[in-house]
Design a protein around this ligand. Structure first.
Ligand SMILES: [Zn+2]
Ligand SMILES: [Zn+2]
Length: 275
């Protein structure tokens, strides 16, 4: 058996994917739920609140759990109860007046999707998720740059997200309706452009929600995505924290390359110097 055979065996079992049992279980037992046009919305909204929760607990318990302070990017700043409530209110408002009508429209006008019998190969899923993150990173970089450089766009649509110079998890979706709609549009469209399997699409959606929350969580834990991915390829919470302090820098939401190419990259040492 050569090296290629070993690597193929790692990602698949015979001709079928390692993910086949998981996919079969999902499609055979939860078929009607998964086919509903509402499913991706329910998945992303519920992931958002569930994944915000651990960071919210850290914010609330910070006084009692002193060890958490060492990971705080701006240790002297913490969200007050009123800022947390304000962000929760904006998120609730956007969900009631935008996400809910969009969900109903999807439910009424979009036919249920077909579920393929075949699961994606694990390597295909990983490549699809990375491809989606890279494509979104580029789209949002351009959007974000324009919304900072053109004053009317900034004031009208993006300023609300910059109410806080020390971000926290619930600030992630403290956005204008236009920004939420744009982000939702790309998150839905990109997997279609890249012709991803539904399992890949859902994996991307949940991971995208997580890394967006992590960008805003205000903590740089040893398991932060930016620490797991080497060579400064990935920005992560420290880099986005710098954007909230120096808003004309670090426009890319996830990776570092676009800011480096366009000369808008600011090193995270700026953030560290605040400790
Ligand atoms: Zn932000
Ligand atoms: Zn911004």
């Amino acid at each position: 058996m050569n090296l290629m055979d070993i690597s193929v065996d790692f990602w698949c079992v015979g001709n079928s994917s390692l993910l086949q049992p998981v996919w079969d279980n999902l499609r055979l037992n939860y078929r009607d739920y998964l086919r509903s046009p509402l499913f991706p919305i329910v998945l992303t909204v519920s992931s958002y609140f569930v994944l915000c929760l651990p960071f919210l607990v850290c914010d609330i318990m910070e006084d009692k759990w002193a060890w958490i302070q060492q990971f705080k990017i701006q240790p002297s700043r913490r969200p007050t109860a009123s800022t947390l409530l304000h962000c929760a209110g904006v998120t609730l408002y956007n969900h009631v007046f935008l996400v809910l009508p969009a969900s109903v429209a999807q439910w009424v006008w979009r036919p249920p999707v077909d579920l393929l019998d075949q699961a994606p190969f694990l390597m295909e899923l990983i490549a699809g998720v990375i491809g989606n993150l890279l494509l979104f990173d580029f789209q949002y970089f351009i959007w974000h740059l324009l919304h900072h450089r053109i004053r009317w766009l900034y004031v009208t649509f993006h300023a609300i997200h910059h109410n806080y110079s020390s971000p926290f998890a619930l600030a992630t979706q403290c956005l204008s309706g236009w920004e939420l709609v744009t982000v939702g549009f790309w998150t839905t469209l990109n997997p279609v452009i890249l012709r991803c399997h539904l399992l890949t699409t859902w994996a991307f959606m949940v991971l995208h929600v997580y890394v967006s929350i992590e960008d805003h969580c205000g903590y740089d834990f040893p398991w932060s995505t930016s620490r797991l991915i080497p060579f400064g390829i990935y920005g992560g919470p420290s880099k986005h924290d710098v954007h909230h302090q120096k808003p004309n820098t670090n426009y890319a939401p996830h990776f570092s390359h676009w800011d480096k190419i366009f000369g808008t990259y600011a090193d995270v040492s700026f953030s560290a110097s605040l400790k």
